[in-house]
Ligand binder design. Structure first.
Ligand code: HEC
Length: 103
């Protein structure tokens, strides 16, 4: 799922160097340093919330990253447990990004 949804911007290894990143006006963040930025502990809950994006206040205007919570929700529409599926997708991807953290 990470490769499918995220690598175009964040790069195959999460370093922020995906092919689409060159076309954006903003810099795509390197996702491999999130644990380091948080004193060595990977902020899983924050990452899930950031990916989902539906509850974040858009204080600085629209974010450059798609609101995945809306996308996953519409993909799950009409299936069983759409809201749960949406959150689990974000959680699964967030856990995967946890495995990409540099020491
Ligand atoms: C269209 C390009 C694009 C795609 C696709 C994309 N992102 Fe992002 N992402 C960004 C940008 C740009 C930011 C910086 C914040 C902003 O401007 O929206 C960001 C920020 C983030 C952050 C916050 C990083 C930090 O330093 O706090 C996380 C986590 C993240 N993205 C995860 C993901 C995941 C997971 C996916 C796939 C489900 C994904 N992104 C897909 C462009 C993208």
């Amino acid at each position: 799922m990470y490769l499918q949804y995220c690598s175009s911007c964040h790069g195959r290894e999460g370093k922020g160097d995906g092919p689409v990143s060159r076309d954006l006006k903003v810099k795509v963040p390197d996702l491999t340093g999130l644990a380091k930025k948080h004193k060595g502990s990977y902020p899983l809950d924050d990452v899930i919330a950031t990916i989902d994006g539906r509850r974040l206040v858009r204080a600085h205007g629209d974010r450059a990253m798609p609101v995945w919570g809306e996308i996953f929700r519409s993909e799950a529409e009409g299936k069983k447990y759409p809201e749960l599926t949406t959150l689990l997708k974000a959680k699964t991807i967030a856990e995967y990004i946890g495995t990409l953290q540099k020491k």
